[in-house]
Unconditional design. Structure first.
Lengths: 180, 252
């Protein structure tokens, strides 16, 4: 982030950080809290705090990306497994319905992954709940399925829980530092 | 003058130094202190709220899974037991934060015309869903739901059925989802995200993935109605008329 520090004597029309209109009487920016008439040190400190928040944001954004990727991964898993089961049990009258359910699930996970950037909390919470319900339903039909790829399942759930935590943190940082 | 301009011109005292500042300002332009209370809510508390919401949802998921998929529980008695257990859970979670949630039980904007409007939308929606789902089930799953056949002509049984498919879900699902869960999530996320989450969770708990296409819009409508009207009563009546229409279709 580049540091924009302007001399205090200059007439201030816009906040150099968030570009909100400011009057001559303003000591601080009303939108982001930048010390418009503060000393050089105060202004530097303000920028430093914002930069630190930015670094935190990068870390949390990475975790969000992992969570969004696990949603895409799940979409792929449901398409592939749906097709495999359909091809193996083609003669079963229920096989088409099963394939359709798998495709609907895949579509839902794909959509959630796609919107995860815009509405991270909503998409990841929804994805996690749907995934847990699907695991439970499969376990009711056939308890053995609970242990299929259990490590992958735990990893995916872990990524999503971390994603939810990050989404909450990001919301907080955005509110505190007014980073849009 | 637009609403934004009015807000910019309206003045309020700073919470820290008392100086006059714009109502919309996030920071005081005299002393630099933060004005919004929202930003003070800590993430630890939000995480706790989310875990509480997860507990509520977990109980519902467990009850729904057991009631619909465990062979032992596939009797009418157990079905009633799980329905009542979920109702109690919804009431408990709703009353947990009673002082705040009781606002939702007030019905300040009561209007008979509006209520009739919501009822009409609900009935139309239910008719559309009935025909489209009937068609989908016939086309894809090759089955026709004959569950209600045995009850036809038996008035007490019909009343009983109406109570458990129209009155109970309308009241307790609204209390739990649009009441407790939405109110809880509104503290963590913005309005839209909170409504999306509640709607999605509400839709998938019905355990029918093909029905998601109408359950999600249905729940979104209820969520936005609840936020717009600031009461859960319109939602309860909407939900009631929707389920009642569906129920009557099955019976007659």
């Amino acid at each position: 982030m580049e540091e924009v520090i302007i001399p205090t004597s200059q007439l201030i029309e816009h906040c150099p950080v968030c570009n909100t209109a400011a009057t001559e009487n303003d000591v601080f920016c009303g939108t982001c809290g930048y010390p418009l008439k503060g000393t050089e040190q105060e202004q530097k400190d303000f920028m430093l705090k914002r930069d630190i928040a930015g670094i935190d944001m990068e870390h949390f954004s990475k975790q969000l990306k992992n969570a969004a990727n696990s949603l895409y991964y799940l979409a792929g898993v449901f398409v592939v497994s749906g097709l495999i089961v359909y091809l193996i049990k083609k003669d079963d009258p229920d096989s088409f319905a099963l394939l359709l359910e798998n495709l609907i699930l895949a579509f839902v996970f794909l959509a959630l992954g796609g919107f995860a950037r815009k509405k991270p909390l909503a998409c990841i919470v929804s994805g996690l709940c749907l995934y847990v319900i699907v695991i439970l339903l499969n376990a009711f039909v056939n308890p053995g399925t609970l242990f299929y790829g259990i490590i992958v399942k735990i990893a995916i759930i872990g990524y999503m829980i971390k994603g939810i935590k990050s989404a909450i943190e990001i919301e907080k940082i955005k509110k505190e530092h007014h980073i849009a | 003058m637009s609403e934004k301009e009015i807000l910019a011109n309206e003045k309020a005292p700073c919470i820290s130094c008392g100086g006059e500042i714009a109502v919309s300002a996030r920071f005081c332009n005299h002393c630099g202190s933060r004005q919004s209370v929202v930003a003070n809510s800590d993430t630890g508390n939000n995480w706790l709220l989310l875990k509480q919401a997860a507990l509520f949802y977990g109980i519902d998921v467990a009850a729904c899974c057991l009631a619909s998929f465990a062979g032992v529980f596939k009797t009418l008695g157990w079905a009633l037991f799980f329905d009542i257990a979920m109702a109690i859970s919804a009431v408990l979670f709703f009353t947990w934060n009673w002082n705040e949630n009781k606002q939702l039980l007030k019905w300040k904007s009561f209007s008979l015309l509006k209520l009739a409007g919501y009822a009409a939308i609900a009935i139309c929606g239910s008719v559309i869903v009935h025909y489209s789902v009937g068609w989908l089930n016939l086309v894809i799953f090759n089955k026709d739901d004959q569950y209600f056949e045995t009850l036809r002509g038996n008035l007490p049984a019909e009343m009983f059925l109406i109570f458990f498919t129209a009155v109970m879900p309308a009241l307790f699902e609204e209390l739990g989802y649009r009441g407790y869960l939405l109110q809880n999530l509104l503290k963590i996320a913005d309005k839209d995200q909170a409504i999306y989450i509640t709607s999605f969770l509400f839709a998938i708990i019905h355990m029918s993935f093909i029905s998601l296409f109408w359950l999600i819009p249905f729940a979104l409508f209820l969520g936005y109605t609840r936020v717009k009207e600031n009461t859960i009563w319109y939602g309860i009546f909407f939900h009631f008329f929707f389920n009642l229409t569906a129920c009557l279709f099955q019976l007659f």
